[in-house]
Write a protein that binds this ligand. Structure first.
Ligand code: IMP
Ligand code: MG
Length: 177
């Protein structure tokens, strides 16, 4: 059962906003004069995707994918399958994958290679949070909000067994089990 007494605040909504502002400025600079397709990774990235999208000034389409590798487990299994694919043709487009957190990198590596093979002009990755010490496979992450330690986080799209995505701030679990 979810016990919010065990949640300790890790990043406030103000800190999240500030990190998004910095990323958005870089994106607006890097893609100036070009068009962009944001590919959000469901479900965790929805809040980050929408807040980032609001700050992007270049013409932008949005798409979503849903991948399974975790299920309700807290560590990734290594096997990634597509539950929902993008609908748009990304040939000759600049694609930016939007993820809320990268852990082993397995989920993103799979998606990155798959989108690259569809003939886009470029594929880059933006993540709000990066547990870089947990990386198992190499993925080129262009924009990072915060590099974080290995902690299980919830809130702002991040779930604990599907709950707590609605919390506006990000928390870590004091007693992860
Ligand atoms: P990876 O394939 O190991 O990089 O796993 C990345 C995915 O695992 C993310 O998109 C999240 O959905 C989930 N995940 C990783 N760390 C956390 C966490 O601390 N809290 C909640 N979900 C997480
Ligand atoms: Mg995710």
């Amino acid at each position: 059962m979810l016990d919010e007494k065990n949640f300790t605040k890790y990043l406030s909504r103000h800190e999240i906003d500030a990190a998004i502002q910095v990323i958005a400025e870089q994106i607006n600079r890097d893609y100036a004069g070009q068009e962009l397709v944001l590919v959000g990774v469901l479900k965790g990235a929805v809040l980050f995707m929408s807040d980032l999208l609001r700050q992007i000034k270049v013409p932008t389409e949005i798409e979503f994918v849903r991948l399974s590798s975790y299920g309700k487990a807290r560590t990734s299994s290594g096997t990634v399958t597509i539950l929902k694919d993008i609908q748009a043709d990304i040939r000759n487009k600049h694609v930016l994958i939007v993820e809320e957190i990268i852990d082993s990198g397995r989920t993103l590596k799979f998606l990155y290679e798959r989108l690259k093979s569809a003939g886009p002009l470029s594929v880059e990755i933006v993540t709000l949070l990066d547990k870089s010490s947990k990386r198992v496979v190499d993925v080129p992450v262009k924009y990072i909000g915060r590099t974080i330690e290995d902690q299980f986080l919830v809130g702002y799209g991040l779930d604990l067994e599907e709950y707590s995505r609605n919390l506006p701030d990000i928390y870590y679990l004091k007693y992860p089990n």
